[in-house]
Design a binder for this molecule. Structure first.
Ligand SMILES: Cc1ncc(COP(=O)(O)O)c(C=O)c1O
Length: 442
């Protein structure tokens, strides 16, 4: 079957849905999250920079999160690829350990002088699970205070055991905690990001019973500096491990974590996603007194010891520093925000723009946002652009591609404005309305 349809995305999607639940290992890569109905390319043959070729050979420019935020240097970066090929050629998984683990630990500890210990994993969610386990082991406490999204594991999804709505504003509305042991009910306590009321009524009150306070230092907005300072104070006073999840915010505004901008140190910082520019890698960096508990509790996995991840992370960090990539991504992110703002203004559309510059999101204030954003994605695809309501700035978003994106955005926003005025936008959808994604992550 596969052989006969391997160049036909629509048929392949349908077949995949039959034999792979959800089609993709990642919720955010299901075609329904962009365009249901088979029009979304869904599968790719190759990718370079921000260019992606679908399985039918068609070329697209990627103005979404670019590999779900994993590849800020662009796809198939030459130096990252060389590091990966070299690691493969020399035997990437052996009985012995790669020395790159040690070199990378040294690099990460240089970036974080407050820390003195590093562990590795390969995905963000599992790295966060390690940080949670170590915090519980260190403090002897079970409960976790958190805001935002931190992975699919039981410790996190158990939040919805008490009420299916608890994760609504942290991830997706109505997530079922099916298969999560009921005994975990009440073991996590969510709070709102940068919200002084929750800080005083939830975080301050519950901290003494909690092993960790977990948050992303920024995403939709930067926090008040005083807010992070206060969180730090509460964590120290109550023997809670303060964990900054920099899986998405890391390496966006500087070579390291976004929290460094605020000069507030956590006890553990976690990296994933783009730390090795598209090669699976996760790092947990922290204080030895906590991290060394990894020897007492059992935290271990075969592929956390392979060579490609640390080799590519080292190459990435060196290149990031050399390019001063944080600054560049900030400038590119600002340009993307300006494109949306100008296109909306030109067409008398009201727009909200969120996110730190390299992690930008927009929302047009139209009558029906799910219809509008589905139409936007549908029409941008006609200009061979993969688009959504969020665009993560990428080193490969050069002037030429930004111009192409600007022209397309202006034209599509104009059509949205015209059809919105006539009240016929929905009629022009060629596909069902898309599934809406993450509501708010921090
Ligand atoms: C802040 C944050 N934490 C954790 C995760 C989970 O990482 P992964 O998908 O690699 O398991 C994500 C993924 O989107 C994230 O954005």
């Amino acid at each position: 079957m596969y052989k006969n349809i391997k160049k036909n995305s629509k048929k392949l999607q349908k077949y995949a849905h039959d034999i792979i639940p959800g089609l993709s290992g990642l919720l955010g890569k299901r075609p329904e999250m962009y365009l249901p109905g088979g029009t979304w390319p869904t599968y790719y043959k190759k990718a370079k920079g921000i260019k992606i070729w679908g399985i039918d050979g068609k070329k697209y420019l990627d103005f979404t999160m670019v590999g779900i935020g994993t590849s800020v240097l662009g796809y198939a970066d030459k130096e990252i690829n060389k590091a990966a090929f070299d690691a493969i050629k020399s035997g990437s998984m052996t009985t012995l350990n790669p020395p790159e683990d040690v070199e990378l630990a040294e690099e990460l500890l240089k970036i974080h002088p407050w820390a003195d210990s590093v562990k590795y994993a390969r995905t963000g969610g599992e790295s966060m699970s390690i940080a949670v386990r170590l915090s519980r082991a260190f403090t002897g406490k079970d409960k976790i205070l958190f805001c935002g999204y931190h992975g699919w594991h039981d410790w996190y999804l158990s939040t919805n055991l008490k009420s299916k709505k608890k994760l609504d504003s942290h991830l997706l509305p109505g997530l079922e905690p099916l298969g999560v042991p009921k005994g975990l009910a009440g073991s996590t306590i969510p709070f709102k990001f940068n919200d002084w009321k929750d800080l005083n009524t939830i975080v301050k009150k519950k901290a003494k019973d909690c092993a960790a306070i977990i948050l992303e230092p920024c995403r939709e907005t930067f926090p008040d500096k005083k807010y992070l300072k206060e969180i730090r104070k509460i964590a120290s006073k109550n023997n809670c491990v303060l964990i900054f999840d920099e899986i998405t915010s890391g390496w966006r505004i500087n070579t390291g974590g976004a929290h460094q901008k605020f000069k507030i140190n956590p006890d553990i910082v976690v990296y994933g996603k783009t730390i090795a520019n598209g090669i699976p890698m996760g790092a947990i960096v922290g204080k030895k007194k906590i991290m060394s508990l990894a020897l007492k509790t059992f935290v271990s996995s075969s592929f956390w010891s392979e060579k490609i991840g640390p080799s590519c992370a080292l190459t990435f960090i060196k290149k990031h520093k050399k390019l001063n990539l944080g600054k560049k991504l900030n400038v590119i992110g600002l340009k993307i925000k300006k494109i949306w703002k100008d296109a909306a203004k030109k067409n008398n559309l009201e727009i909200d723009i969120f996110g730190i510059n390299p992690l930008a999101t927009f929302k047009l204030k139209t009558k029906n946002w799910p219809v509008t954003i589905t139409f936007f994605i549908q029409e941008m695809l006609k200009y061979n652009i993969l688009a959504s309501d969020r665009c993560y700035a990428n080193y490969a978003h050069d002037e030429k591609s930004l111009n192409t994106y600007r022209n397309a955005c202006e034209k599509v926003f104009k059509r949205i404005a015209d059809l919105e005025k006539k009240g016929t936008l929905k009629k022009h959808l060629e596909n069902p309305v898309k599934q809406m994604g993450f509501t708010r992550l921090t």
